[in-house]
Design a protein around this ligand. Structure first.
Ligand code: MN
Ligand code: MG
Length: 645
């Protein structure tokens, strides 16, 4: 009897659960800032790389579908530009008959919707629209508008009717509202492509307009695809990084962010107001940012319940799934073969492109290639002004002239800071830039510029320039001119990527003086000055004069702890990759005679004993004046001496 009563009670409870709390679980997957990294291949270095690639990052989506889970899949933008495959594909305008392979790929992968990032606009609107025309899923954006009419240029939002299985296995239809946003700054960044055609509105304002509209039209849950980063500063309006503010808007159920190439959830966002890093929420709303280059895919586990005829979010947990297991040094996922296959032709074309010489612009006067008449090496980039660094200085200055045109800072003198990235150190004696004379190929760009930095311009004073160079000068040990024992010139603890050479001014570095700064940017000896004869336009630099310095996002963001170099001084955060700028500069020059301008040098000094340094033994083949080769070391490095008299 007791047993039977219990049975009835359990049956009743089960019925009540089914009746009053119908529940479904949905896995929302999101990619962002893929930048054409579909395949696990680095086209800048022409080598496979198993640490990223969309064909791998999508593996958990395929697995979830195979397991019968309810799956939604979105992309958050910055998809079609960013690596050589993007450049190759943009040479052909897609048509109905010949759609972009990018869209063929996303169609096959079963994307439910995507939004546009700032880089989607880099090749102009006709190409973008042609790419979009191949999508069998909605491409949404709500804050790019037609002229002053404020009418959306793209599809502002969609309400997807998604059939899901609830926890009882019963099929249900859930209405998912999806909208998206790009940084309003695209109007400046892609002015040439967009001026007079479209304008932008604030991300938060666009969301505040369209979320209620989607709810009104019956959306059960609302997903925002926001191609924007997240800032802890209070909102003023017009922000490039407006993602976190969207947590304020009633009716939002999930937010995919991006643009900043960072990870959410992660400790980097611990200071955001209302953040819950354990569940991956802001103000209780699930948020994600899946880093970049498809090295992660984001997952939002959403639990919804039917309440008063509406599916309502009742719980959420977010996480990132990395492609690469850094601890085990292996890839977590196998590439999806059908997706790899779709890109077979695009891959072959891209390989041909990166291995062929850079095509020089027509304006250089002939159908020639971008080429150098002498090798580009970094063997002596710490001891001499070398063209492997100078070319970065020049490309950045060249870029800034156009980028600053028409801005409030257009009249200021342009200086350019660049460092030797491949210059031995802990990476070993083979880690140097060494590009032979002759035509330059796209893949050589990685030899000149290893990192995927973007060009960033900051405004500083003459005094700041002096301190910047004093920090750089920490590259050298202090040489005691009276010591008879051998002395090492190079401070091994100072990474060469922090040895910024500044072009546009002239100066010398006196290594017999103590370093003014420690490697971490703290003052070592406030009384010591190593930078001597710092001049602009042939006269001593005016400490109060304003300059713009073209650098990269790493340095301008505070990387290397350079004194007085910080994000507060940024006047232009370009979305353009430094490597791409160098590539375009080479194309604009055609044939290049690689001669540095010797705007800086080590101040000559006398020393009682030998002053030595190590670099590639290959440097011995073409010794600069004042440097002698002493011999090959067991480490594989060559040992050299600096002439001191
Ligand atoms: Mn991006
Ligand atoms: Mg120079």
């Amino acid at each position: 009897m007791m047993k039977r009563m219990l049975f009835v009670a359990v049956a009743f409870l089960a019925a009540a659960t089914a009746c009053f709390a119908q529940t479904a679980d949905i896995k929302i997957f999101a990619t962002s800032d893929v930048h054409n990294n579909y395949l696990p291949y680095d086209y800048f270095t022409d080598t496979p790389n198993e640490q990223y690639g969309l064909v791998k990052a999508l593996a958990p989506v395929y697995a979830a579908r195979a397991a019968g889970e309810n799956v939604l899949l979105f992309d958050d933008g910055d998809l079609i530009q960013g690596n050589p495959m993007g450049e190759v594909l943009a040479q052909t305008l897609p048509t109905k008959k010949n759609p972009s392979p990018i869209m063929t790929l996303l169609n096959a992968a079963g994307y439910d919707a995507m939004t546009l990032g700032n880089h989607e606009f880099n090749f102009g609107l006709p190409y973008l629209n042609a790419v979009i025309s191949g999508a069998k899923f909605p491409v949404v954006n709500a804050n790019v508008v037609k002229g002053k009419s404020l009418k959306p240029y793209f599809t502002p939002y969609v309400i997807i009717k998604k059939t899901v299985k609830d926890r009882d296995g019963k099929e249900r239809v859930i209405k998912v509202g999806v909208t998206g946003f790009a940084p309003p700054q695209i109007i400046q960044w892609d002015n040439a492509n967009l001026a007079g055609k479209v304008s932008t509105v604030d991300i938060y304002d666009a969301a505040a307009k369209y979320v209620p509209e989607m709810k009104k039209k019956g959306a059960d849950i609302v997903v925002l695809l926001a191609h924007t980063g997240m800032s802890a500063f209070p909102r003023k309006g017009g922000e490039e990084n407006a993602g976190a503010y969207l947590a304020d808007i009633p009716g939002v159920d999930a937010v995919v962010t991006g643009h900043a190439h960072m990870k959410f959830p992660s400790k980097a966002f611990a200071s955001l107001p209302g953040v819950d890093l354990d569940k991956g929420l802001i103000n209780g709303i699930p948020f994600v940012m899946p880093n970049s280059f498809a090295d992660n895919i984001a997952e939002i586990d959403l639990t919804v319940e039917l309440k008063n005829g509406k599916w309502t979010r009742v719980d959420a947990q977010t996480k990132l799934l990395p492609v690469w297991d850094a601890a085990a040094k292996k890839s977590n996922y196998e590439a999806i073969p059908e997706l790899v296959n779709i890109l077979k032709d695009a891959n072959e074309k891209t390989l041909a492109y990166i291995r062929a010489p850079i095509v020089a612009d027509a304006s250089t006067g002939g159908p020639s290639a971008g080429e150098v008449t002498a090798p580009l090496t970094s063997f002596f980039a710490l001891e001499r002004d070398q063209y492997s660094v100078q070319i970065i200085n020049e490309a950045q200055s060249w870029y800034a002239k156009t980028a600053l045109k028409g801005t409030a800072n257009a009249g200021l003198p342009i200086l350019s800071a660049a460092a030797p990235f491949k210059a031995g150190g802990r990476q070993g004696p083979k880690y140097y830039t060494n590009v032979p004379a002759g035509p330059l190929a796209v893949k050589n760009m990685a030899d000149l510029y290893v990192y995927a930095n973007t060009v960033t311009i900051i405004k500083v004073t003459g005094a700041d320039v002096k301190e910047w160079l004093e920090m750089s000068a920490g590259q050298f040990n202090r040489i005691d001119p009276t010591a008879t024992a051998e002395q090492d010139l190079i401070n091994d603890k100072f990474p060469t990527y922090n040895y910024d050479v500044i072009d546009g001014v002239t100066y010398q570095i006196d290594v017999t003086k103590k370093a003014r700064y420690n490697t971490d940017g703290t003052i070592a000896d406030a009384a010591s000055e190593r930078i001597v004869g710092l001049s602009y336009n042939g006269a001593p630099i005016d400490p109060k004069q304003e300059f713009v310095v073209v650098t990269n996002n790493y340095r301008a963001g505070g990387g290397g702890n350079f004194p007085n170099v910080n994000p507060g001084k940024i006047i232009l955060s370009s979305p353009d990759e430094s490597r791409q700028v160098i590539l375009k500069y080479i194309a604009s020059r055609g044939k290049i005679d690689p001669k540095a301008d010797d705007n800086w040098s080590l101040a000559p000094f006398k020393a009682a004993g030998p002053v030595v340094f190590q670099t590639s033994p290959l440097g011995a083949d073409a010794l600069p004046s004042g440097i002698t080769f002493l011999g090959l070391l067991d480490t594989g490095y060559g040992k050299y001496a600096l002439k001191t008299e």
